[in-house]
Design a protein around this ligand. Structure first.
Ligand SMILES: Cc1cc2nc3c(=O)[nH]c(=O)nc-3n(C[C@H](O)[C@H](O)[C@H](O)COP(=O)(O)OP(=O)(O)OC[C@H]3O[C@@H](n4cnc5c(N)ncnc54)[C@H](O)[C@@H]3O)c2cc1C
Length: 651
């Protein structure tokens, strides 16, 4: 007998509430007023909320109030509180949703500028305003059971990308195994447990588009909360039974006759096993294999030495003389966190980092904002848009090298010079009257040329503490009791932490991947790894890379969003293969080469590839970039919406 339950409430429509007027008004004190104004369009059905004089005055990444004056925000809150009280009294029933044209208007309202109609579909899809998961796989139901059963998939890695692949494969009804070398899910956020580890893309965007996002306790969550999130996602989607933890894929070999991959794995106890796969999805990450520096004497150090991604929590760093080697993205978070705990902190930094201000970087999400995320219809969605839109590649043109612009290597274009001035002003505002420190912390290469960091002042405050030294002189060697720099100075140390980054240019390392005719992927790539859309490589059929070559983001976005694009493409390619009665899919040489040519031409014009940017983890030994995307996020989203059959050969 068919059963009918109550209609399911759109998960973004908010949990109905009965709070009194005073509580509502108090809660609204904590919210982003621009996002609230958009939510009120949903609550009332009236677009006038985004058509009046109450509107954001400007847009900047992570500036949630749109620079609205206090009186304007107060008036907005007063009006919204009254409307929410009426909404409550009406049983929290929503009027019909805003029309597409109104959604566009709301985006333009938040962006403080016309949002290009061409990019609207990407944001609409990401916002999932209809409550459905826009990327959910539905084609599995049409596959004959024996076809699905004969198409086992091995996913390598259970970071955010591997979990996502698992979610989609489960929806498709294909048999799959996730193989993960760690003891739990989360990848980056399972491993990087150093003090101060936190995301630097706003949490309400650095999460899956289809999962609830009203729980984050900080705007930029710390590692434990991120790891918990991935554990929860894994359980919600029943992925544990499909996952082999503590198991590392060592090799994948294509069997052309069978049209299948032979996947070799090694368990922690040294045991080996072989898995059969029709398809392999590599989700091994790109910042997963630690890079140890080649410093003479490192092995002779008498105290503990560990990499930041494998922080040794058995070592009590309190009261020690602590040497932090490397101050890129990880060291930048570690130093301010431990400075007050150690006796002395010496930070060895090869290159100064550009950074921009983010006052919300360490802030908890206040109770009112959490209340609004949970109860005010679609508020959380528009907050996500506010976090996503400014970093979606709008300003990527500032990163393009203007060949006619020559100022001796300080900037690569007039726009890039403005960015340099903005960033410089922020650094100067904190260092002020200390010219020696200023000289050490001001980068000498164009702004945004390397991974740009963000700060709420903690980094530069830390460097000004009496027990902290920033050393910019190169390291000559490590001795049992410290670090000796090339100027002969001995810096005493009890503990050495290597915050020296990852083998970012060595995709899929150290796996041995052999495709058609035994060709080794690493021979094919050499030091120029490339793939069509960063995902597929000719001669390596039925193999897909997530977070592959040329897909890292240096100009905004979130890697989780990037994975949603890639996994969407991968699943579409698999669906077309099986749905078309094929067993094998491979990118054509022509499609691959055309893409790679475009990539190469484009990336060479961007600041990340500029010769003035040295010691960049984005670059290979030749100074070329094969790691980051040169394109705005909406372009990549469009290209990965579906797997173009014209680019693929099926067999
Ligand atoms: C400290 C740090 C901070 C970061 N902050 C941000 C941020 O703020 N915003 C952002 O967008 N990105 C950030 N990143 C990038 C981050 O890597 C991505 O956001 C995201 O975690 C990538 O997910 P992933 O699943 O692709 O890879 P990972 O998270 O790296 O996961 C890969 C998984 O594959 C497993 N694996 C690898 N090789 C094998 C093998 N051979 N066999 C079995 N398992 C294997 C690994 O153990 C790991 O669990 C940060 C990275 C680091 C290191």
């Amino acid at each position: 007998m068919a059963t009918t339950g109550p209609p399911t409430r759109n998960p973004h429509a908010g949990v109905p509430f009965t709070d009194d007027d005073t509580t509502i008004a108090a809660m609204l004190e904590d919210v982003s007023v621009p996002a609230l104004m958009c939510a009120m369009v949903h609550v009332t059905g009236d677009p006038e909320w985004v058509r009046g004089d109450i509107r954001p005055q400007g847009l900047f990444l992570n500036e949630y109030q749109g620079y609205m004056p206090e009186e304007m925000k107060a008036e907005a809150r007063r009006r919204a509180a009254a409307a929410l009280a009426r909404f409550r009294d009406g049983g929290c029933a929503l009027p019909p949703p805003p029309a597409p044209a109104v959604l566009h208007e709301m985006m333009t309202y938040l962006a403080c500028a016309d949002v290009d109609p061409a990019v609207v579909p990407m944001f609409v899809t990401d916002l999932n305003l209809d409550g459905a998961d826009a990327y959910a796989i539905t084609w599995g139901a049409d596959l004959p059971a024996e076809v699905a059963a004969d198409a086992p998939v091995v996913v390598i890695g259970a970071g955010e990308a591997g979990l996502l692949a698992g979610i989609r494969l489960r929806e498709a009804g294909l048999p799959f195994t996730i193989v993960e070398k760690n003891a739990g899910p989360g990848g980056t956020w399972f491993e990087n447990r150093y003090p101060g580890a936190r995301v630097d893309v706003g949490s309400h965007f650095y999460c899956y588009s289809f999962e609830p996002a009203d729980h984050w306790t900080e705007y930029f969550s710390r590692q434990p909360e991120l790891q918990e999130y991935f554990e929860r996602v894994m359980d919600r989607h029943d992925l544990r039974a499909h996952t082999r933890f503590g198991t590392e894929v060592t090799a994948c070999t294509w069997d052309d006759g069978a049209g299948r991959w032979v996947v070799e794995v090694r368990t922690l106890d040294g045991g080996t096993d072989t898995l059969d796969a029709r398809f392999v999805i590599s989700c091994v990450g790109s910042l997963n294999r630690a890079k140890w520096p080649d410093i003479p004497g490192l092995a002779d150090f008498a105290g503990p030495v560990f990499h930041s991604s494998a922080w040794d929590h058995s070592v009590d760093h309190r009261g020690t003389r602590f040497a932090l080697i490397g101050a890129g993205a990880s060291g930048f978070q570690i130093a301010p966190t431990i400075a007050d705990e150690v006796a002395h902190l010496t930070v060895f930094q090869r290159t100064a980092q550009w950074m921009f201000p983010n006052p919300n970087y360490h802030l908890p999400v206040p109770a009112g904002d959490t209340w609004a995320m949970r109860h005010v219809p679609f508020y959380g969605r528009w907050f996500r848009f506010l976090t996503f839109y400014p970093g979606s590649g709008l300003s990527i043109e500032n990163s393009r090298v203007d060949p006619g612009y020559d100022d001796g290597g300080r900037a690569v274009s007039a726009g890039n010079e403005i960015t340099r001035q903005l960033f410089t002003a922020w650094i100067e505002s904190q260092v002020g009257d200390d010219p020696d420190l200023l000289a050490k912390v001001l980068p000498d290469y164009p702004a945004t040329g390397k991974r740009t960091l963000q700060d709420n002042g903690s980094w530069l405050t830390c460097l000004q503490k009496p027990n902290v030294d920033l050393v910019r002189t190169g390291i000559e060697r490590i001795v049992p009791d410290g670090v000796v720099t090339t100027d002969g100075v001995h810096h005493p140390a009890d503990v050495v932490c290597l915050a020296t980054g990852f083998r970012h240019t060595e995709f899929l390392w150290p796996m041995e991947v052999r495709g058609r005719a035994g060709r080794r992927l690493h021979d094919v790539w050499g030091d120029r790894p490339a793939a069509h859309l960063g995902i597929t490589v000719p001669d390596f059929p039925n193999l897909f890379c997530v977070y592959g070559p040329g897909t890292n983001l240096a100009h905004g976005g979130s890697l989780i969003f990037q994975s949603e694009c890639q996994v969407n493409y991968v699943m579409d390619a698999i669906g077309r293969t099986l749905g078309g009665g094929h067993r094998v899919v491979e990118v054509t040489r022509a499609a691959h080469d055309a893409y790679v040519d475009r990539y190469r031409t484009e990336i060479a014009q961007m600041v990340w590839a500029h010769p003035s940017v040295t010691h960049s983890h984005y670059k290979n030994a030749r100074g070329e970039v094969w790691t980051v995307s040169p394109w705005p996020i909406p372009n990549y989203w469009t290209w990965t919406r579906s797997a173009d059959p014209g680019d693929l050969a099926f067999a």
